[in-house]
Design a binder for this molecule. Structure first.
Ligand code: DQA
Length: 146
């Protein structure tokens, strides 16, 4: 795919998981709206959710040779812990946007630390499901100018 969308742990529960923080939109709805936007833009997108760090690392490594030109990633809890996913993104050197539904800066102190932000093309957080569509638009603009 030209665009790869990765969702980290517990995001499979979106819609029922702490809706006051993460909203009522499900992951299937988020993926469907990204797939629609990709169709309209004439690009290919693949969405993957995993609760496993290793699956996310493996998929990022594969992106090196499958035509992926941009990655949107919500690392979820791995945002605050995963040197391995950070290193995978650095290794493949594909530009990425870090996405969060909530605004981690307005929550517990441990959520302020991200292993991704300094490597990211940009960070979009705090807009609920709309964070993904905003990130998609930014990624598209980047693809059209690179
Ligand atoms: C999250 C924020 C993280 O701190 C948290 O662990 C998540 C979701 C978000 O999208 O707001 O699982 O990445």
């Amino acid at each position: 795919p030209q665009m790869l969308v990765l969702h980290g742990p517990n995001l499979n529960l979106l819609g029922e998981r702490e809706p006051g923080i993460y909203g009522h939109t499900t992951l299937s709805e988020i993926n469907a709206s990204l797939e629609d936007a990709a169709d309209r833009a004439g690009i290919t997108v693949e969405c993957l959710q995993s609760n496993q760090e290793s699956a996310l690392v493996d998929r990022i490594q594969t992106a090196r040779s499958d035509g992926t030109r941009f990655i949107l990633i919500n690392p979820a809890a791995y945002t605050h812990t995963s040197v391995a996913i950070r290193d995978a993104l650095a290794a493949v050197a594909i530009p990425f946007i870090e996405v969060h539904l909530s605004n981690p800066h307005a929550r517990e102190a441990f959520r302020r630390q991200s292993y991704f932000s300094d490597l990211a093309h940009g960070v979009i957080c705090g807009f609920g499901a709309q964070s993904y569509t905003l990130a998609f638009e930014a990624a598209l603009a980047h693809l059209h100018t690179s």
